[in-house]
Design a protein around this ligand. Sequence first.
Ligand code: PGA
Length: 250
Amino acid sequence: MTRPLIVGNWKMNTLRHTAMALAQDIGSRYADTSADERGFDLMVCPPFPYLPTVGEAIAGSGVALGAQDCHAAGGGAHTGDVAAEMLADIGCTAVILGHSERRTDHGEIDLAVSEKARAAHRAGLIAIICIGETEAERDAGQAADICARQIAGSVPKGAVAEDTVIAYEPVWAIGTGRTPTAADVADMHGHIRGELSRFLDDADRVRLLYGGSVKPGNAIQLLSVPNVDGALVGGASLSAEDFWAIAQSS
Ligand code: PGA
């Protein structure tokens, strides 16, 4: 049985003092819970400037630290970018890649996501690769094909279950309060598992997260869907109470 992973994607939110308070709250909840009840892995992904602050706040708690992007290169003349090696150096164990907001805001295409994932692996980080269809694509009946194409293009050769997580985030569900039905999530996650098995020998062990408007009120339903091994949580991860309630639903 795969251990669920609950990831908080803080996006471009918090300031140093709110990031620290949020991280401390989440860290102490996790640290104070007995190993028996702590049947899930927890990770927070703050903005770049607060990674060290948050890293210190969660030190020793068991909560993992992740970033929200990295560059494909290990270093060099790339103004404003951050190398995966730098993230590993300051204590990150994972990086979110190919989020739909990066695909939209920064024109990231599958090839770029795959190169970033390769960089993450080179640096010893887990690549959390995001995929998902837009509403127009879903309405046109293309959701399954889009996700298959994104997997084929964004997951690098040589990826294994230990270093790769896939987050299915339908674009129309992100920050909207709308979610697919449990049946739709089950269909898509089954499909994603099948597509992954074309490229990975251990696809059955890759953690598949659902993301998009996960809240305390829908977490039990979404997290109990077959092939859903955790959640990528945006808005609700900015409240320690809500994030914790979601994690406890896994
Ligand atoms: P949301 O965001 O939970 O606010 O919908 C999820 C995400 O974009 O990762």
